[in-house]
Design a protein around this ligand. Structure first.
Ligand SMILES: NC(=O)c1ccc[n+]([C@@H]2O[C@H](COP(=O)([O-])OP(=O)(O)OC[C@H]3O[C@@H](n4cnc5c(N)ncnc54)[C@H](OP(=O)(O)O)[C@@H]3O)[C@@H](O)[C@H]2O)c1
Length: 581
């Protein structure tokens, strides 16, 4: 008898509430003719997932594994497949409705529903896109043929489909109007919406007319549809993406007004995926991921989605990303005092430690965390920013060891090797009660005010810009670098430096005057999206041991707009031989 290879999957034997979803072991599938087998890394969750979980819909075959979105890595190809090979990173939507099954560690699907994942986005981003982006693309581009200058109304514009539709319509050069609750208007504007309407307080039929295209994910009956028809110009198109019946009489009334009505059901579509990938690559399209859940917590993802109030997408992570592993390690070790994770994510034999208080090795990390836990049983850890750059993951966090204190501003830097953490550096600074700029050490004050990584497609450019800036300003001590690189309304979080570009110039000017022999040696640069960190050795006066410093910059529109940092004196002696660099 041969062993059957199994995989984890979220399956259900009955229809019902989210708790019918169970993590189960199922046979790992094999790719059939013209199919590929994908190791799923992330998979979006869509309204059709929670509908199909609750009742028999288009698919009626219990037990069932749901999930149409896929982002992952090709594990094997079936007979006849030439366009992909094992190891390729791909994303796509499985054939709707019958092809579901991505809420699992592996899934098979026709090769021609996938395309290559853009290198500039991670699997979570890519897994968020397929079904929602294809729906928006097929509605706006394939069905309505949206052109530059047209007026496009997108209902539920903050939702999974809507927020991508706004960006796709903008990329076509349209004038885009979106409906959403007022609290989501800044979000819609950040996506490029030209006009936003709070559907709770404003009747859109009273403020809109001459619309060319309406994308409608909300109208369930003829009265609701008539309102969208009323704002369309003759010759305009209403694309409904709610698969609800419409009778011949209503269709005739709509046609009499010269309006085209289409009801769209999304189709698996390689050409559409290629168009979506191209929009991602040019920076025109990006999924907003409101929440991620590990595969085992699929029920929680369904429950959140079912509220109908989320912005952007919810994604299941099937294989943990390096950023998640690093955060989980710090959380479990310092907040829970649970060191089981160390065996799972840290290299047992060769964990290199640069924290001067801790020796090398995974066991030492466990011991160290136990000692910390005993001393600070109520320690809390709040990660604010996480940057992944190749094998390096940098976390910028506030640790509060004793409740009620300001805590510590900490940068933890991890290096991964073969999927496990192999090396760790950190820089720890006490948070002072007051700062020269009045800004705290953690907030994001530049626009958009989010701690999320933005503009990943500019990572390499931002890395180059900050490297050149640091070289000119800190290595060569040339203050004119501030004029060349820093925005006038710069936000400063180093507690000793005043705010604004002028404050930075004054603060650094007096620091350079005080220490004319200052030497700054950058050791490594870590960048993702609009965030670039530089880990450097600062020596104020020759012969001193100096300080380990991490400077973190945010770059927007080719200007440095914000700076956070932590610094720590290099001690005389350390528990390891690795130096702090
Ligand atoms: N035909 C197809 O192939 C297809 C494909 C994909 C989706 N769909 C359908 O399209 C709909 C939307 O899907 P989705 O993934 O975008 O869902 P979603 O992400 O769950 O949508 C949530 C968003 O809808 C907004 N919303 C709800 N009622 C609204 C209203 N009356 N006016 C304006 N905004 C409203 C909410 O904003 P507020 O909090 O501001 O209300 C929320 O941001 C679902 O019914 C789905 O089944 C169909």
């Amino acid at each position: 008898m041969t062993d059957i290879e199994t995989m984890r999957a979220i399956s259900q034997d009955v229809y019902g509430a989210p708790d019918v979803l169970q993590e189960t072991l199922l046979p790992k599938p094999a790719p059939g003719v013209s199919e590929i087998l994908v190791a799923v890394h992330a998979a979006g969750v869509n309204p059709t997932d929670w509908w199909s979980r609750a009742q028999s819909t288009f698919i009626a075959r219990l037990p069932q594994v749901l999930g149409w979105d896929v982002s992952g890595v090709v594990e094997a190809v079936g007979v006849g497949v030439t366009v992909f090979k094992p190891g390729d990173e791909v994303f796509g939507m499985l054939p709707y409705p019958g092809g579901a099954g991505s809420h699992a560690e592996y899934v098979t699907g026709p090769a021609r529903v996938f395309t290559h994942k853009p290198a500039g986005i991670d699997h979570v981003q890519a897994g968020a896109l397929p079904l929602a982006a294809l729906t928006a693309y097929q509605a706006l581009v394939d069905t309505a043929g949206v052109r530059a200058g047209q007026r496009v109304l997108i209902h539920a514009a903050a939702g999974g489909v809507g927020h991508l539709a706004v960006q796709i319509a903008k990329a076509r050069g349209a004038y885009v109007i979106g409906t959403a609750s007022a609290a989501k208007h800044d979000f819609l504007r950040s996506l490029g919406a030209d006009e936003v309407i709070d559907y709770h307080s404003v009747d859109f039929t009273e403020v809109l007319s001459d619309i060319d295209v309406v994308l409608d994910p909300i109208s369930r009956d003829s009265a609701a549809r008539a309102r969208s028809v009323a704002v369309l110009r003759p010759g305009g198109t209403l694309v409904s993406i709610l698969p609800v019946p419409i009778d011949a009489g209503e269709l005739a009334t709509i046609a009499e007004r010269g309006i085209r009505y289409e009801s769209l059901l999304v189709e698996a579509d390689q050409a559409g995926m290629q168009a979506i990938a191209a929009l991602v690559e040019t920076g025109a399209l990006r999924a907003h991921v409101e929440a991620t859940f590990p595969l085992a917590e699929a029920a929680k993802a369904h429950a959140l989605g079912e509220t109908g109030r989320t912005s952007g997408k919810i994604v299941l992570t099937v294989r943990d990303s390096k950023a998640q592993l690093a955060q989980q390690l710090l959380h479990d070790v310092f907040v829970l005092g649970d060191t089981a994770i160390v065996d799972r994510v840290v290299r047992p034999d060769s964990y290199i430690q640069h924290n001067p208080l801790a020796p090398d090795g995974a066991d030492a990390l466990k011991y160290f965390s136990g000692a910390m836990r005993q001393q600070f049983p109520q320690a809390a850890f709040e990660p604010r920013r996480v940057i992944t750059d190749g094998d390096l993951v940098l976390l910028h966090s506030r640790y509060v060891m004793v409740p009620g204190t300001e805590g510590l501003a900490v940068f933890d830097l991890f290096r991964f090797q073969d999927g496990k953490i192999a090396e760790h550096w950190d820089v720890i600074q006490e948070v002072p009660a007051t700062t020269a700029s009045g800004n705290d050490m953690f907030a994001t004050l530049s626009e958009p005010r989010t701690d999320a990584i933005g503009q990943r497609w500019f990572t390499a450019y931002h890395k180059e810009l900050v490297t050149a800036f640091v070289d000119q300003l800190l290595v060569r001590k040339d203050l004119t670098a501030i004029d060349a690189y820093v925005g006038a309304d710069h936000h400063e979080h180093n507690p000793n430096i005043p705010g604004g570009a002028a404050g930075l110039k004054a603060g650094l000017g007096s620091y350079f005057d005080k220490f004319p022999q200052l030497s700054v040696t950058p050791k490594r640069v870590i960048a993702e999206g609009d965030l670039v960190a530089v880990h450097s050795h600062y020596v104020d006066t020759p012969g001193e041991r100096g300080r380990s410093v991490i400077d973190l910059f945010r770059v927007r529109d080719a200007r440095i707009v914000e700076h956070w940092s932590s610094e720590q004196a290099v001690p005389e002696t350390a528990a390891n031989d690795n130096t702090m660099f």
